[in-house]
Design a binder for this molecule. Sequence first.
Ligand SMILES: Cc1cc2nc3c(=O)[nH]c(=O)nc-3n(C[C@H](O)[C@H](O)[C@H](O)COP(=O)(O)OP(=O)(O)OC[C@H]3O[C@@H](n4cnc5c(N)ncnc54)[C@H](O)[C@@H]3O)c2cc1C
Length: 94
Amino acid sequence: MDSRKKAVIIGAGTGRIATAAFLAKEGFDVEVYEKNPNPGGRCGQMTQNGYRFDLGATILLMPSIYREVFSALGMDMDKELETSSLEPVYKIFF
Ligand SMILES: Cc1cc2nc3c(=O)[nH]c(=O)nc-3n(C[C@H](O)[C@H](O)[C@H](O)COP(=O)(O)OP(=O)(O)OC[C@H]3O[C@@H](n4cnc5c(N)ncnc54)[C@H](O)[C@@H]3O)c2cc1C
């Protein structure tokens, strides 16, 4: 019998995925339930007719926070994710 404590996470957005990863690292038996077909939540995306749409976040505004999470989990974000700088980040027209 599995003697590990069990944790159930409702939703697979970035916050809850990070929580699930931390709990798993602490030895919990983690289950994640997501109501949508794909994980990501407001950082997710959908593809229709060959076009990709961001469902919320479009840019990584504070990479240092994500880098800290990866680092705390024993991973190097820059090795795990391919990112690129945008210049300019965006233009606003009135
Ligand atoms: C328009 C917009 C633009 C943004 N732009 C940026 C940006 O440029 N840069 C940036 O860093 N951040 C941005 N953000 C913020 C970022 O997207 C969120 O902070 C982040 O995605 C929140 O993650 P989360 O895991 O807390 O929640 P969510 O991403 O909301 O995830 C919650 C998940 O739980 C699931 N769920 C909810 N209820 C249930 C249930 N009962 N059963 C099963 N599953 C359930 C949902 O389907 C969802 O997948 C933006 C957000 C929005 C809305």
